[in-house]
Structures are given as C-alpha cells and as structure tokens.
Design a protein around this ligand. Structure first.
Ligand code: GDP
Length: 436
C-alpha cells in the first residue's frame, strides 16, 4: 500500500540529509582549518597560546559566553580558550557535549588557578592540546570537525539547500496524485520546519527531516478527524448513514463491510437501496444483504430514494435496529439532480452522517470528485476503497484537506473484513516507516 509514494518520500529524506551532511562537514572543515592555523603559532608566547581555535567562530554557544578572548592576561579566559580544543577533541558528537566540555575545562582552569600559578598551567594545557591534536588519528579528527560544527551553532539547512530536494519532492507528490494545493501546503510546512534549523543534541539530520515530513503530512491528512465510533455509540438510535459517490468504486461493498463492522461492535443494521436510478442496483446490494443475513429495504427502479430510506428508518425504529445504511445513486443527469436527491433525503430523513465513497486508485479523479460532491451536498467524511491496490496514496493524502472532512475508513480488499479505521498517525507512519 502506497509503496510508490513511500519510496519518493524516502528519497527526499536522503537528499536533504546528504546535502545537510555535506554542509556540516564543510563548515566543520573550515572550523578545523582555523583551529590548526591558530594552533601552529608558538605556544610559549602567552598571547599566541590563545589557540581559541574552535571557539573563535562559536559566537552563539555557551562556550563563548565568556568575555571576548583576551590573550593570557585573564587566566580563566586564557585557560578556557586553550582548553577548549583539548576537551572538544574527546567529546562526543553533540553540541551539549562540546558545550559541557568547554564549561568543564573552564571550571578546571578556575580550580587550577586557585591551586597554582595560572600562567604555567595555562601554557601546559595549551601544549597538551597541541600534542594531542597532532597525535590524533583521522577518526577523532572527524569527530573534532563535527564537534566544532555543532559548537559553532552553524545553520545546517538553508533555503537554497532545500531548493532542489523540495522541487523533486513536489514533482514526486504531484506524480503520486497529491492535489496541487495539498502538495504546496506540505512543502511550505517542511520549508518552515527545516530552514534555518540547526541540529539539536542527539538529533541527526535524518531525524530532523523525518520529523518535518511527519508533521507536514500529518497536518494535511488529519484534517477534520473525529471519533467515529464514539459518535455512533452516543447518537440516538437508529443512526442513519447515507453513502454517496459514483458507481463502481466499491460503494455497495463498503456498505456491506460496515454492516459487518457494526455487527462486531454489537450494533444491528438494516440496509436501504436508495439507488433507484440504476438498473440492477437492487440485486447488487441484495447479494450482500443475503450473504450477511441483513434486512434490505428496496423499492422498484425509478422510485423516490428519500422514500426508501424513510422506510428503512421506520423499519429500524420498529425493530430496534441501531444503524441504517442507505445507498444513493452516484451519477444523475446533473449535479443539480444529485444535490436535489441528497437535499430531499436530508429533509425527509435527517441523516446523522453523509459519507462520500471513492476509490484510492482513482487518484486525482477521486480528489476532484470529493470536492464536487462536497460542494453539491456537504459530506461529513469519506471512505477510500481499494487502498490495497494503490501505490500512490495521493487521494488518501489529499481528500481531507480538499474537503475539510476526514477520511473515516480505508477499504483494503474485497472481503467483508477488509475495512480499516483510518488513523492519520498510522497512515503517516506507513508512509515514512520501514517496511510495510
Ligand atoms: P459500487 O458500484 O460502487 O457499489 O461498487 P461495488 O461495491 O460493486 O465494487 C466494485 C468492485 O470493487 C467489486 O469487485 C468489489 O469487490 C471491489 N472492491 C470494493 N472495495 C474494494 C477494496 O477495498 N479493495 C479491492 N481490492 N476491491 C474492492
């Protein structure tokens, strides 16, 4: 399910991660070069013992909260600036550690100052720093670089870094049938969350991008969500649900699946065929009703859909049935007819929920239809069928945002049990997670 889109999202994550890593390395290399250049100056001159190496760029870190580094005269400043490279070298790859290391070394220098002459200790520390730096192997040099990049608080991701990956992502989303407006909203959120972002402690760029993607997708997918089960449980009985959407998308099967779903929750149902327009509609829904052993209320072809559903509500009241599931004609001559049909049902029956059904595999077409149906007669939510056969996910991502109404269920197969409650968090995890 949604495998195609999942791969595209993963590619975006890797693109941004690579770009940001390259940048961080470059920034770190710069900081490291400065450190080496400074460190090469003779250490026996107290002024020159100011390697200030890593710190020289680190205006925004705790390490640099002390006064402007003045060579040697202020023991704590001096020891601080000298000690920084030594400690940073041994530190882990996090800003916190680099910062802690810096403040520890400052503390150490203060203690040393009390115990002994600050001058000699300071230059000893500087020598030790240089010696250790020279003895470093390449892997700890890498750590130094990264620690320096963190310590300098370098901006990891800038707008220009995101330009190409975001453009690629936009193309990928559109190819996956994500509606244009929805794709733009996703990109805006990602941009807002990533631009100017520095890595926080214990956070890799991969995590940062994943969080941004997660939030951007969740924001559009979760529009309008409400607790469907609670709504049904708390509504006065019988609860009347009306289904709308074009033929062939799996509307009748979905009604049957819901009859099974409610049965599992201990709720009884009656089916009503309000699609009096189409020949064969009665037979189609009757097969399901028989298979599930449910009562079906149906009139002759050409009858009044509102009257059929009214009869079903009466039947439910008389027989203590909890839920009425009413089908309607999906395609009439004009959208005015469609609206008139639903308006009349509204007037006569006052359904609790009107639910739009379409197939996930229809992609953009399904999104467009959801918009039109919602305009014609406000829907309360949507069900997307055939999600099991959909690798794009565009409709699943877009419909809630476009209509302002939540996706309530996904159809995930042809069997009566192949119906899943739509969970936006699970959907995002499915799109971003490992495996299926
Ligand atoms: P309707 O004309 O909209 O009522 O469509 P039907 O309910 O008759 O379904 C049309 C076809 O889609 C049937 O073959 C169903 O078995 C199939 N179908 C319905 N829902 C799903 C689903 O979630 N997944 C799959 N793979 N097929 C489905």
């Amino acid at each position: 399910m949604f495998d195609g889109l999942k791969k595209k999202l993963d590619r975006f994550r890797k693109d941004v991660e690579d770009t940001a890593e390259e940048k961080a390395e470059a920034a770190a290399a710069e900081a490291d070069d400065d450190a080496v250049a400074d460190a090469e100056t003779p250490a026996d001159d107290s002024g020159a013992a100011e390697p200030a190496a890593v710190e020289s760029d680190s205006e925004e870190t705790a390490a640099s909260t002390s006064d402007t580094p003045e060579p040697a005269s202020e023991p704590s400043d001096e020891a601080h600036s000298e000690a920084t490279p030594v400690e940073t070298d041994d530190s882990e790859d996090t800003a916190t550690d680099a910062t802690d290391a810096a403040s520890e070394s400052a503390d150490g220098a203060d203690a040393a100052e009390d115990a002994d002459g600050p001058e000699s200790l300071a230059s000893d520390a500087a020598k030790a720093a240089l010696a250790e730096q020279e003895a470093d192997d390449s892997s700890s040099a890498g750590r130094l670089k990264r620690a320096a990049a963190f310590a300098t608080g370098k901006v990891v991701i800038e707008e220009e870094d995101l330009e190409d990956p975001l453009w690629e992502l936009e193309m990928a989303l559109l190819q996956s049938d994500v509606e244009m407006q929805v794709a733009e909203e996703i990109l805006d959120t990602i941009r807002d969350k990533l631009v100017g972002e520095t890595r926080k402690q214990v956070q890799s760029t991969g995590q940062l991008v994943e969080e941004a993607l997660h939030d951007a997708l969740y924001e559009v997918i979760s529009v309008g969500q409400f607790d469907f089960d609670k709504r049904i449980a708390e509504a006065d009985k019988p609860v009347t649900l009306i289904f709308t959407g074009i033929n062939g998308v799996g509307k009748t099967t979905t009604i049957a699946k819901l009859a099974r779903y409610f049965e599992k929750q201990g709720l009884s149902t009656v089916l009503a065929n309000g699609d009096t327009y189409r020949a064969g509609a009665n037979e189609q829904i009757r097969e399901h009703a028989d298979a599930l052993d449910k009562k079906l209320i149906a009139h002759e072809q050409g009858g009044d859909p509102a009257a059929v559903i009214y009869d079903a509500v009466e039947y439910a009241e008389a027989h203590d049935i909890d839920v009425v599931l009413g089908d309607t004609a999906g395609r009439l001559h004009t959208s005015n007819d469609l609206m008139a049909q639903l308006e009349k049902i509204d007037r006569v029956v006052g359904p609790d929920l009107t639910i739009f059904v379409d197939e996930a595999v229809a992609g953009q077409d399904a999104v467009e239809r959801s918009r039109k149906f919602n305009e014609a007669a406000a829907i309360d939510g949507a069900i997307l069928t055939k999600a099991d056969a959909d690798s794009n996910g565009g409709a699943a991502i877009s419909i809630a945002y476009v209509t302002g109404k939540p996706i309530l269920f996904l159809g995930v197969g042809q069997g009566y049990d192949h119906l899943e409650r739509f969970d936006p968090e699970a959907m995002v995890e499915r799109l971003l997670g490992e495996g299926e």
